[in-house]
Design a protein around this ligand. Structure first.
Ligand SMILES: Nc1nc2c(ncn2[C@@H]2O[C@H](COP(=O)(O)OP(=O)(O)O)[C@@H](O)[C@H]2O)c(=O)[nH]1
Ligand SMILES: [Mg+2]
Length: 296
């Protein structure tokens, strides 16, 4: 049996979370077109005849602008030393940018094997474009690194990627029972699903200014009752989130509840409230309260 850890790193929005969901065949992490959708390291576990791979999805990496940004980078950095293989995921439809260079210089000075995985090849119409873009990433590293071209969205070449990963992993016994796909609790999942619906229904500064806290999660036989607070940074953001006559908050709540009912396979009651917590992204104690800080 092959067993080991694979850490997925890359710029925001290249498709890290989409890739993890595609590999596992189910949605365990949220993925949107907004940067900073992923805020915490999340493990996804794949078990099949060949063995077990524990994938670690990380927040996208870029220069940190505030304490939340620093936390996001730390979350990605922590996930590197434990890895047996690192997937450096890049957006194959674009050429390498400053962000990629920053990652290579700051994070990948490591002896751990790296595979460059070019995602979103479904978006590229001209084959020569793929080769051009590929060259721009290769020049950041060394030319001999293996490269795999995939589409996390359509699933193209995911089997090839997995084959290559298994080849590089050590022999060992499986670490998690076969049916475990993630360590996330329903509380964690609910928090992320609510945040996803906010990201999908808002724009501009709101996605970055929002944190969700699950105040209570009551599990009953026929219904899960979830009470959550949505925190934002200003009164005007609160107004936008609630919407005219409470319409937007209602929409966010309905969409989140429908997803949660599919996952729990029972009825869900979701109670949402919006509160203002000024500058929470700059305050250590509040970051901790929202789950964005390691307990030391
Ligand atoms: N066309 C295309 N879009 C993709 C692909 N993979 C991800 N996306 C989109 O890219 C956006 C960012 O994806 P996400 O997984 O959240 O990126 P992350 O920030 O790296 O985790 C989402 O809108 C995805 O639907 C792909 O293979 N092809
Ligand atoms: Mg992500």
């Amino acid at each position: 049996m092959k067993c080991g850890f694979v850490t997925i790193i890359g710029r925001p929005n290249v498709g890290k979370s989409t890739l993890l969901n595609q590999i596992l065949g189910q949605k365990i992490v949220i993925a949107t077109d907004k940067a900073q959708t992923t805020r915490k390291r999340i493990k996804g576990i794949l078990t099949n005849e060949q063995g077990q791979i524990v994938f670690i999805d990380t927040p996208g990496i870029h220069r940190p602008l505030n304490k939340l940004g620093e936390f996001l980078i730390d979350e990605a950095k922590i996930a590197i030393p434990d890895a047996d293989v690192i997937i450096f995921l890049v957006d194959g439809s674009e050429s390498a940018g400053k962000g990629d260079k920053w990652i290579v210089q700051n994070l990948l000075e490591t002896k751990i094997p790296v595979i460059i995985v070019m995602n979103k090849v479904d978006k590229i119409k001209k084959p020569e474009k793929i080769e051009q873009n590929l060259l721009s990433y290769k020049t950041l590293f060394d030319e001999n690194l293996p490269v795999i071209r995939i589409s996390a969205k359509t699933g193209r070449n995911i089997d090839t990627l997995l084959k290559n990963l298994y080849k590089k992993l050590p022999e060992g016994e499986i670490m998690y029972p076969e049916d475990v796909v993630t360590e996330e609790t329903m509380r964690d999942v609910a928090q992320e699903i609510i945040r996803e619906k906010i990201l999908l229904n808002t724009s501009d500064e709101i996605p970055h200014a929002v944190a969700v806290k699950i105040e209570n999660y009551f599990e009953q036989e026929d219904i899960d009752k979830i009470y959550a607070t949505i925190y934002c940074e200003t009164k005007s953001q609160k107004g936008i989130l609630i919407g005219k006559g409470g319409n937007l908050l209602k929409k966010i709540g309905t969409e989140a509840r429908q997803d949660l009912e599919k996952i729990t396979e029972k009825k869900v009651f979701l109670g949402l409230e919006v509160k203002v917590e000024k500058d929470w992204r700059k305050k250590d104690n509040i970051l901790k309260d929202f789950g964005y800080k390691e307990e030391k």
